[in-house]
Design a protein around this ligand. Structure first.
Ligand code: ZN
Length: 327
């Protein structure tokens, strides 16, 4: 028999279950925002081809409007910082190249501290950031922080309304677990050319100024980045199926699965949603074959037919490549 105490306990448990966050959005991380702004401007100075992408293309104009209000000395100091990035960190990839994931995590941890004295950072990087911090705080940070807060408000509203259903869709499909306390998502005015990324150490960063990460696309994006934290176990599964037929997993297959599944999950709750892969033209970047295979093998499974492993097996068989190609 259930006593009043039991009922109270059950009710409290139910409340805590519904209150567990799926994401924890961090919008006031001053150092993380400064670091990404300089990183993106450094790539523009280094003329990397991805500097023209929508998520980062507006950064130089944003920089120029702020520079107009600085003294000559301040402008020089700022440009030296951008050049420091352009000749070093901005030539590396935020996701794959050390020491960026660790340094970015250290800067996220520093939040809005007055200095970086407590951060575990390369000395030259720390000096560079601290030299321009007063300029960034005065000139760009108010607008960047406001954009972060606006993004958080609108995305949190979508997560509150649809997040549970989207999460249930993707965890059921992948048969993998989401962390009980959700993922921290670090919101920055600029992130990288893609507008968002996920790397080691549960580091998820999303741009608040990129139109491609706002509204329903923002909802899809945060789940997409969280799903990247399953990359290792998913690739292990795919490789097990490929090994069984003596072949290799097609490049980008696990990433194509994320685009496809996150897009379908959001469309499940918002039928008019155009998945990011379609909106951004991702399939057209050499992934047409992967998309066709996903439609044929993974979509029926997402619609409730068959098992995950049978779907993965069929997907790998359709897309796998030979271990060694004849010359
Ligand atoms: Zn991705």
């Amino acid at each position: 028999m259930l006593t009043p105490t039991c009922l109270l306990t059950i009710s409290l448990l139910a409340q805590s279950a519904t209150a567990a966050p799926i994401f924890r959005f961090e919008t006031g991380e001053f150092w993380l925002n400064l670091h990404h702004f300089l990183y993106v401007l450094g790539r523009a100075e280094a003329k990397t081809t991805d500097s023209a992408r929508q998520a980062v293309a507006g950064a130089p104009a944003d920089e120029a409007s702020g520079l107009a209000g600085l003294t000559d000395d301040e402008r020089t100091r700022w440009r030296e910082a951008v050049h420091f990035y352009a000749s070093g960190l901005s030539r590396k990839d935020l996701i794959f190249d050390d020491p960026l994931p660790a340094e970015t995590s250290a800067l996220a941890d520093a939040r809005d501290a007055p200095t970086l004295a407590a951060a575990n950072l390369d000395g030259a990087l720390r000096t560079t950031l601290e030299r321009v911090a007063p300029l960034y705080r005065r000139v760009w940070w108010p607008a960047h922080r406001a954009a972060n807060n606006a993004w958080q408000t609108s995305t949190q509203a979508l997560v509150d309304r649809y997040g549970r259903a989207v999460l249930a869709f993707i965890t059921r499909a992948y048969m993998m677990e989401w962390p009980a306390g959700g993922y921290p998502v670090h919101v920055a005015a600029y992130a990288n050319w893609a507008g968002a990324y996920s790397t080691s150490g549960n580091l998820l960063v999303v741009s608040s100024l990129d139109p491609g990460t706002n509204g329903a696309e923002g909802l899809e994006t945060v789940f997409h980045e969280g799903m990247h934290q399953w990359d290792t176990p998913v690739n292990d599964l795919l490789w097990a199926h490929a090994d069984a037929i003596g072949k290799r997993v097609a490049p980008n297959l696990s990433h194509a699965m994320i685009f496809f599944t996150a897009g379908e999950a959001v469309r499940h709750v918002l039928p008019d949603h155009v998945p990011s892969a379609e909106a951004l033209g991702v399939w057209g970047r050499g992934w047409t074959r992967l998309r066709a295979a996903l439609e044929e093998t993974w979509k029926p499974y997402l619609d409730g037919r068959g098992t995950r492993d049978a779907a993965l097996d069929a997907l790998v068989k359709l897309t796998a490549i030979e271990k060694s190609r004849p010359r």
